[in-house]
Design a protein. Structure first.
Length: 735
DNA sequence: ACTACCGGCCTTTTT
DNA sequence: GGCCGGTAGT
């Protein structure tokens, strides 16, 4: 064993905290609390390089786990640039990707068919709908999404239907459905996302030789975004590291924003305890944002209790103040954003470096419209991704049937698409026959006679090509023989022609697909004998990867996305819109325990995306879901020290108003002035702002005449909540 | 069997 | 305001 003497090189660009993290004891576990913009990925990758260079581990001893494919790719790229090693033997991937790999390798021990397929969320939804129909349960009584949430939550808690019990009939029914769902998936050879993890966990638990093999192989496990792990992922990790592996976990409790899908911040404290870590290492030096922005972020997040405790600092200059704008309505808010972007553009800003953020996707439309009108290029993230498009899913369903005709979900998807005269009645007959004989739909359909014969014939034709022709050729066959392309081509709408292009793109994806890229060191004897291997790999990849949404990256465009989607990204200028009570923080989150704290972390994530400039804006009136909503400023804006804020005012046309003057309410409202004024209730109108001695400023959201000349006003006071006050008793001032 | 229209619904999102 | 699901009509 020899030690390379270039270690200092590797560490030269690290600050003392980062260096302490990278050089922490290679034999023990560590928790790195990495604040936003503190060089988290750099520490993670440098740690791996350091372990290798100092021979603390070989490439094959390392497992690096991330949450997204993007993060995994990023890490792979950085490592390849840093190291002379061949990284093939290192396991680097998402939790789901790694579990998938383990299940493919040990499918027999895991009790799965070799050709098992992965369900994405929408596949899971349709299975559940089918299940409810089969069990004769009204969707109005038990919503599919409720059942889906229940099943996923149970799996994430590590619980099978068989070990669940409930006193109340409602939960009992949920459990029955869960049990039925498990059977259905097993029969069809499909596995949902949570199942990938749970199966692997159970596989390890029941096959001790297998577990100890991997325990002794992976002596170093590194985990990114540790605050996002759920209970099952943590248990999985603990099990795998149980042989004494050193776990290097990097995370930021202040950026935990996925509790709603099972992420458990408590895992960080649990980890410190379970792995006997004396103290977490904190990275508190921020390299991203100017001083004022960082100060605002720190001020907001300080309102949360139960933090592990961390305060970011920077050596950067203070920079501009944070600009705040209160618009009369959502249209004017969008107008404001447009004019500021134009001004940034005049100053030579790169549009790619401008982000337009919002709490929920529904808010994007008005903003998009305004940008479009102003001819400012924009790119919206978070729409449908490639493999989620219906035409692509249709094509993949045929492909699935070619590998496994027992995939009922895939069969139902395309048995009559494109339309071939197999209606609901016929499908019901097939389903009844299948249930009767306990077979899959395909098996039942084969005995149905001439109505479905052409479809069966089509599937058989595709099956016959498996292993005979190449993957891209098979995809092409699917498109031709199924009539999918012909169907879309026959449509007049331009949107349908785009679908043809997407299907062509699918063939390209198949051409570019390398099995080796996905299933790195799958044991040859396991699958090499199976002619369906390339197709299975291609389908699994489609489900796990769902397709990059990054096309058109080259042209310069304003980046539009939800705050969630912005996590991990950074921009020179950030517009954070819709800062109203009820929107951000979201009304729905306020009802649940810990909901407000999570919204505040979301606000913290949003603020810390900005490098140089941050704009905050709100709309006093907003059209949402077809009705006008009235809003007061978000409490999160109030949590930012006044000294950091610069209030901008709406500028009435042809008037030169002092920018430092106070906010103008209702001064200019071109979009609204066309409307009639709302009815008066004892001198007040719905939508107006009022001031109350105790509750402060609020907005009237509803009014009701009493018969004595007074009126009951329902007023939203923001932080102080919604109150109903009578004009005769409450002292209310119009403002 | 298929299409066209009406009514209810609505966080956040990755795998 | 837009999507999905159910229903009525061809």
């Amino acid at each position: 064993m020899f030690f390379q003497d270039d270690t200092p090189d590797l560490l030269r660009h690290l600050n003392p905290q980062q260096r302490q993290a990278v050089e922490s004891n290679p034999q023990t576990s560590a928790l790195i609390l990495a604040g936003a913009g503190s060089g988290k990925t750099r520490v993670l990758t440098t740690r791996i390089a350091w372990l290798l260079q100092n021979a603390h581990a070989g490439v094959h001893n390392i497992m690096a786990v991330t949450f997204t494919n993007k993060a995994a790719k990023e890490m792979n790229t950085r490592l390849s640039a840093m190291l002379p090693h061949n990284l093939r033997a290192m396991w680097l991937g998402t939790f789901h990707g790694i579990c998938h790999r383990l299940l493919r390798l040990h499918y027999r021990d895991a009790g799965l068919p070799q050709t098992f397929q992965i369900l994405d969320s929408s596949d899971q939804t349709s299975i559940i709908k089918r299940l409810l129909k089969q069990m004769d349960i009204d969707e109005k009584i038990l919503a599919p999404r409720v059942l889906q949430g229940f099943i996923n939550a149970q799996k994430e808690a590590g619980l099978r239907a068989g070990c669940l019990e409930a006193p109340d009939p409602y939960t009992q029914r949920l459990i029955r459905c869960y049990a039925e769902y498990e059977q259905l998936c097993n029969r069809e050879g499909v596995v949902d996302f949570a199942e990938l993890l749970l199966r692997t966990y159970e596989l390890f638990n029941t096959h001790s030789a297998l577990l100890s093999h991997y325990q002794s192989r992976f002596t170093h496990i590194l985990v990114d975004e540790f605050q996002d792990t759920n209970k099952l992922q943590y248990a999985w990790l603990k099990l795998l590291a149980g042989g004494g592996a050193a776990v290097f976990a990097v995370g930021d409790d202040d950026q935990s924003i996925y509790r709603f899908r099972g992420a458990n911040v408590g895992n960080m404290a649990q980890f410190l305890q379970d792995f006997q870590i004396k103290q977490a290492i904190k990275l508190e030096q921020n390299y991203r944002s100017v001083g004022n922005i960082l100060a605002a972020a720190n001020a907001v997040i300080q309102n949360n209790s139960d933090r592990l405790g961390k305060n970011l600092r920077t050596d950067a200059e203070l920079g501009d103040k944070i600009r705040f704008f209160s618009a009369y309505n959502d249209l004017m808010e969008a107008e404001f954003v447009v004019s500021e972007i134009k001004s940034l553009q005049r100053d030579g800003a790169d549009l790619n470096q401008i982000a337009l953020l919002y709490r929920s996707n529904a808010q994007s439309r008005v903003l998009e419209n305004a940008l479009f009108q102003a001819a400012i290029p924009y790119k919206i993230y978070g729409g449908l991704r490639f493999y989620e498009r219906q035409e692509v899913k249709h094509a993949l369903a045929y492909l699935r049937l070619a590998v496994n005709p027992d995939d009922d979900n895939a069969l139902l998807r395309v048995i009559n698409f494109p339309p071939r005269g197999i209606g609901t009645r016929t499908v019901e007959n097939i389903q009844a026959a299948a249930q009767e004989s306990g077979t899959t739909l395909f098996q039942a359909a084969c005995k149905m006679g001439k109505k479905v014969a052409p479809f069966i014939e089509l599937i058989e034709q595709l099956r016959a090509q498996v292993g005979v022709v190449s993957l891209p050729e098979l995809v092409q066959s699917v498109l031709d023989l199924s009539g999918l392309v012909a169907h879309y081509r026959a449509q007049k709408l331009i949107a349908e022609q785009e679908r043809v292009e997407n299907l062509d793109e699918l063939v390209n994806a198949a051409i570019g697909f390398r099995v080796a890229d996905v299933q790195l060191d799958m044991l040859p004897e396991n699958l090499a004998d199976n002619a369906a291997l390339p197709i299975i790999a291609f389908l699994s990849n489609a489900a796990l990867e769902s397709g990059e949404n990054q096309a058109g990256r080259g042209d310069s465009a304003v980046q539009m996305m939800t705050v969630h989607a912005a996590k991990g990204l950074e921009f020179d200028a950030v517009f954070l819109t819709g800062l109203e009570e009820g929107r951000f923080p979201s009304e729905l989150s306020l009802n649940e325990a810990g909901g407000l704290a999570e919204e505040r972390r979301l606000m913290y994530v949003a603020i810390t995306r900005a490098r140089k400039r941050l704009y905050l804006s709100m709309a006093q009136q907003r059209m949402l879901h077809g009705q006008t909503q009235f809003g007061v400023v978000s409490r999160f804006v109030d949590e930012i020290p006044e000294a950091l804020l610069h209030h901008l005012s709406p500028k009435p046309k042809n008037k030169n108003l002092n920018d430092n003057s106070h906010l103008y309410f209702n001064q200019t409202a071109p979009a609204i002035s066309r409307q009639e004024l709302p009815r008066e209730f004892d001198g007040f109108r719905v939508g107006e702002n009022v001031r109350h001695a105790k509750f402060g400023v609020g907005v009237i959201i509803d009014a009701r005449d009493k018969n004595d000349g007074s009126a009951d006003l329902t007023i939203n006071f923001g932080v102080d909540g919604v109150k109903t006050l009578n004009t005769k008793f409450a002292k209310l001032d119009k403002i």
